[in-house]
Design a binder for this molecule. Structure first.
Ligand SMILES: N[C@@H](CCC(=O)N[C@@H](CS)C(=O)NCC(=O)O)C(=O)O
Length: 246
């Protein structure tokens, strides 16, 4: 049996769920409590971040390493083509979008004015533990801000970076939301780009759907991003290529 150790709203965990679902693999999720998760993640894979996948005897941490593990162990429904040149390009993009995921996260957290819906989405899967879960909220908000470097200068830099990532999607697809980033099939590059940019576009059925703690100015900016071919591309990947477990 497979177990995905995750946080529901993490876009890196979403990337791994997408990989697993694409290959039609069964798994159970174990939602670790943010902060305390490190005790378990260290023990499981000697890392501090999630996702981590237990696949039978094997434990693999980091969404890219998990993706490669799944490609190797379950070659059906490949997300990496045979062609060596395309594979190299896809892996380069996969890693590039992984780095951009950090900027998407920092910029978005930097826009939050009302943390209630974020905290609700983050913590609703855990038991209330006699009110302890809710008492943790202020600590978690503070922890998130420190951990992800939510400072005005860094948030502003992340905005530039995330825009450069959207430019890259448009450049690679020629501005056509129907096209894939490399070749004519869904690959690890598309899954990385779509899942890691997903929180900006809140596709239906994702954990980000009902999160809305930002102000009007941010919404106006997001509306511009929605209208761009890259925004439509993310939504299209979700609509057409994101198979979900039933
Ligand atoms: N490169 C890692 C990044 C994963 C990551 O940043 N996960 C975040 C959640 S979005 C995390 O676990 N943060 C908790 C922490 O750092 O303590 C991957 O691809 O798996």
């Amino acid at each position: 049996m497979r177990t995905l150790y995750q946080f529901p709203i993490s876009h890196y965990c979403e990337k791994t769920r997408w990989h697993l679902d694409h290959k039609g693999l069964d798994y159970r999720v174990d939602n670790l409590f943010p902060g305390f998760h490190r005790l378990q993640s260290k023990r499981l894979a000697n890392i501090v971040t999630l996702p981590i996948l237990r696949d039978g005897e094997q434990v693999v941490g980091d969404s890219t390493a998990i993706a490669l593990h799944l490609e190797q162990r379950y070659p059906e429904q490949p997300l990496l083509p045979q062609d060596a040149e395309q594979r190299a390009q896809i892996m380069e993009l996969e890693e590039r979008f992984d780095r951009l995921g950090v900027h998407v996260r920092r910029w978005l957290y930097g826009q939050i004015e009302d943390w209630s819906t974020v905290m609700h989405a983050m913590l609703k899967v855990y038991r209330p533990w006699f009110g302890l879960r809710d008492l943790m909220k202020p600590l978690l908000i503070d922890g998130v801000k420190k951990l992800y470097g939510i400072r005005p200068d860094r948030v502003a830099k992340s905005r530039e970076e995330l825009l450069a990532g959207l430019d890259l999607i448009e450049q690679l697809t020629g501005g056509d939301p129907a096209r894939y980033l490399v070749g004519d099939q869904l690959s690890l590059a598309d899954v990385a780009a779509a899942s890691l940019y997903g929180p900006l576009f809140t596709p239906a059925g994702t954990p980000w759907e009902h999160i809305a703690g930002h102000g009007q100015e941010t919404q106006a900016f997001l509306d511009q991003l929605f209208a761009r071919p890259a925004g439509q591309w993310v939504l299209r990947r979700y609509a057409e290529d994101r198979q979900r477990r039933t």
